[in-house]
Design a protein around this ligand. Structure first.
Ligand code: GAR
Length: 209
């Protein structure tokens, strides 16, 4: 059985991209990364892709200042590269609804909290952990979910928790949550690639056979 073709959208560091690459290299995911798209020209993740010989592309305001032309170009490359699954791995732009509609339940996002807590507009990257620490919750974590038309509201695929200790710092919490992210994002992709995710409305179940 030939595997799925994945497009990974990034904006920066690309550690989740690395986790996906490692998982594919270990033979855990039945698929390959066909394309990496970054909305930031200088994203470290672009270099990671290039080193691995993965096709990569900057698609942002610098080369496509017109939003609608940018969306059309994105749709075109996704088509050209025969993409089955889009993975938002630290992608800080909102995916336009035209793309969401065409790839319904075929776009996954990793978010650094237990959605619906600390999610939605304005909650991204380390700002999420700052809010977690300010609020004083004792448990946080990470979520992989499908992307719908709103921010962080789509069907949840996997969540995993981490404890917030009394002497937690922004650095220690970010590190702990990132470790969890690097586990659950490849896990979710693996399940998708094996056709083991059953979506009923906003409920996602796993086929256990
Ligand atoms: C990750 O923590 C990811 O969950 C978060 O940005 C970081 C990217 O790290 N994403 C969001 O906040 C999206 N709302 P990475 O570039 O090293 O993968």
């Amino acid at each position: 059985m030939s595997g799925i073709r994945i497009a990974v959208f990034i904006s920066g560091r690309g550690s989740n991209l690395e986790a996906i690459i490692d998982s594919i290299d270990r033979g855990q995911i039945n698929g390959e990364i066909g394309l990496v798209i970054s909305d930031r020209y200088k994203a470290r993740g672009l270099k990671i892709a290039q080193k691995k010989g993965i096709e990569s592309l900057y698609l942002g305001k610098k080369n496509y200042s017109d939003k609608y032309k940018r969306i059309d170009k994105t749709l075109q490359v996704l088509d050209d590269y025969n993409i089955d699954l889009i993975v938002l791995a630290g992608y800080m732009s909102i995916v336009n609804e035209k793309i969401v509609k065409k790839y319904r339940n075929k776009i996954m996002n990793i978010h650094p909290s237990l959605i619906p807590a600390f999610s939605g507009k304005g909650y991204y990257g380390s700002l999420v952990h700052e809010e977690v620490l300010k609020y004083g919750v004792k448990i946080t974590g990470a979520t992989v979910h499908f992307v719908d038309e709103n921010t962080d509201t789509g069907p949840i695929i996997i969540q995993r928790e981490v404890k917030v200790s009394d002497n937690e710092t922004l650095e220690s919490l970010s590190k702990k949550v990132l470790e969890i992210e690097h586990q659950i994002l490849p896990e979710a992709i693996k399940l998708f690639a094996e056709n083991k995710l059953i979506i009923e409305g906003r409920i996602v179940k796993r086929l256990t056979i």
